[in-house]
Structures are given as C-alpha cells and as structure tokens.
Design a protein around this ligand. Structure first.
Ligand SMILES: [Zn+2]
Length: 331
C-alpha cells in the first residue's frame, strides 16, 4: 500500500484473508486514499501468488488480467460519468457532477456473483462511493448482501456513510479508515514533489490526496489572484473579476470565497485561519474591520447558492451578484 497511514490496516486485513467478512464498508473523508486502498486490496485477493505482505505479485494470470482491466472476477461499480461539469465537490476541487449508481449496474452484478468464478478463486466487487447507489440500486444490493455467495467480497467505499441504508451498513463490517497526522501527510506530499505541502494540506482540510490535486501551479496562481482581490475590498473590481471568473472555473471561485469567509470569521473570533495560511495576516487585518454578523449572514447565503450551483443560466451574472454581496458584507 503506497499510503503509509493505511499500511497498518492493510496488514491487519491481509493477515487472515480467509476470515474476511464478505462485505467491508470503508468509511472516511474524501481524499485519504480509500478508493485506491479498496482497489489494491480487492486485487490482492484475486492475485494467485501474492507477496509475503499480501501485495499483488504482478506476474500471475490474475494480475495480468487486472492490469488489462479485464479480470472476469473483478467488478468496479462507480457512477456513470458524463461530460465534465464545473461543479465543486463539498470540500475539494471541481469534479464531475455527482451521478448515481443505478439498478441496472446492480442487476448485472447479480449474474456476476451467481456464476462460478473463472479462476476458481474469489470474486471481488468494489463500489465507490456507496452513497451514489440510488434507492432502487441500494435495495437490490441489499438482497445480494443478505444472501452472500461464498468467496465473494464486497468492498464498499463511502465518504458519507450517513447517506447509506441502515440495513446496508448493518450487513457490512464497518471500517473507519485511518487518516494521516498532519506531519505524516505533509511528509508524504513532499515525497510526491509537492512544493507548498502545508498550504495545500490546509486547503484540503488535511486530506493528502485532495491536497495533491490542489497543488497545481496554475490553480494556486489563480487562487492567489482571486484572494488578493478579496483582501482589498476598496479596490475590488468585481465586474472584471466576475467576467474573468465566469470564463474559468466557477466552482473553484465559490470554494475559494467560502473558505475565505470561514477564515475571516475565524480570524475575528479565534485569531487563526484554517485554510488560507498564506493570507493569514491580510485576513487578520480585514477581520478587525468587518461587521461579523453581516459576514456570517453572507457566508450562510453563499452556502445555499453553492448548493444550487450546478447549472447557472448565467455564470458571470451569478458571480457578479455574489461578489457584490461580498463587498456589501465586508464594507
Ligand atoms: Zn498476481
């Protein structure tokens, strides 16, 4: 396992593969490596000659098929993705619009688990994320979990397990995925060649894989320009900023503004920032001059607008009105 914070769990689960529960639910925040863990672990269960520490050998027929994405006893179920959408994830960089895992995908699985496995070994199903199962698909999966086929392993990955059916949770062995300490996460990011590891980690709320996504030079540069403008409300050219922002990544701008407001309130109340470490003094300075309740009210409104952000009719107009509200709130 290439994520050191997940290595102890790997060893624990790999120690007695024959005693693994038939369904594992891997829970934890986004960006800590759950999906990669589930895939690597699932593949290790299919490898015919795993290494001593339970990793795939990379040599056997099963590994060959896995590398080709063609192992007949392995399934990865994910929401069907469509075109890229400029939608911000809850706490991450813009991602695809959230889509569902539908009942057809689960029905296809029923045939899969009822056939005998091709290599006389086990079968593995990875579902990521499990909360993407729509209600019909959840109920269909439940039936499969209630009548487990021998030697079939379900690895459910979830960022938000509270959205899962209680009955799915109760039929799975729940594992709260270990998260790295800030020091461990920063060390790992530096090993990946990431320059501003601490900043990216703060922006990602401590999740190292998300932090790695944030560590894009252009992304960080655009963010700095945007925040520099927010920092000096009196000089903020909101029309220009909205025009430029609407042509770029709207979701990212909402994300930046939201974290900025959080830090502004936090600077005022607790003299500290959580996300924008590189703007700490500017935030502190601005925080002494704003009307706190107006900023909090605007932050609340922004969160509601962000929830409806998926298909704005006119992104520029939306960003203009949001920036104008920001100016009203901080001036
Ligand atoms: Zn192998």
């Amino acid at each position: 396992m290439s994520y050191p914070w997940l290595a102890p769990l790997w060893q624990r689960l790999r120690a007695q593969p024959e005693r693994l529960p038939h369904a594992l639910l891997l829970e934890g925040p986004r960006g800590i490596g759950k999906r990669d863990f589930a895939l690597a672990f699932g593949q290790s269960l299919l490898c015919e000659t795993p290494t001593q520490d339970g990793h795939v050998c990379g040599q056997c027929v099963a590994c060959h098929w896995l590398a080709q994405d063609s192992h007949p006893d392995f399934r990865l179920l994910e929401p069907l993705t469509g075109e890229e959408e400029g939608v911000a994830a809850e706490d991450g960089p813009p991602t695809r619009k959230r889509r569902e895992i539908n009942i057809a995908q689960i029905r296809a699985l029923a045939d899969f688990v009822n056939l005998s496995s091709h290599r006389a070994g086990g079968r593995v199903v990875v579902i990521h994320p499990a909360e993407a199962l729509n209600p019909a698909a959840s109920n269909a999966l439940l039936k499969t979990l209630e009548e487990p086929s021998p030697n079939t392993h379900f690895l459910l990955v979830s960022h938000q397990p509270h959205f899962l059916l209680p009955t799915i949770k109760s039929r799975s062995h729940r594992i709260s995925m270990p998260q790295p300490s800030p020091i461990q996460a920063a060390a790992w990011l530096k090993e990946q060649g990431i320059q501003e590891a601490e900043l990216c980690l703060a922006l990602a709320g401590g999740a190292p894989l998300l932090a790695r996504d944030f560590a894009d030079a252009d992304y960080l540069k655009e963010r700095r320009l945007f925040l520099s403008a927010l920092q000096v409300p009196k000089q903020l050219n909101w029309l220009a900023l909205a025009e430029q922002g609407a042509r770029a990544d709207l979701g990212a701008r909402f994300d930046w503004l939201q974290k900025w407001l959080y830090d502004l309130v936090s600077s005022r109340l607790a003299q500290q920032v959580r996300y924008n470490l590189d703007f700490a003094s500017g935030l502190q300075d601005l925080a002494t001059r704003v009307n706190l309740s107006r900023v909090q009210q605007f932050a609340h409104e922004l969160a509601q607008i962000k929830r409806r952000l998926q298909h704005p009719l006119n992104p520029q107009l939306l960003l203009e009105s949001v920036l104008l509200s920001y100016l009203t709130a901080v001036n």
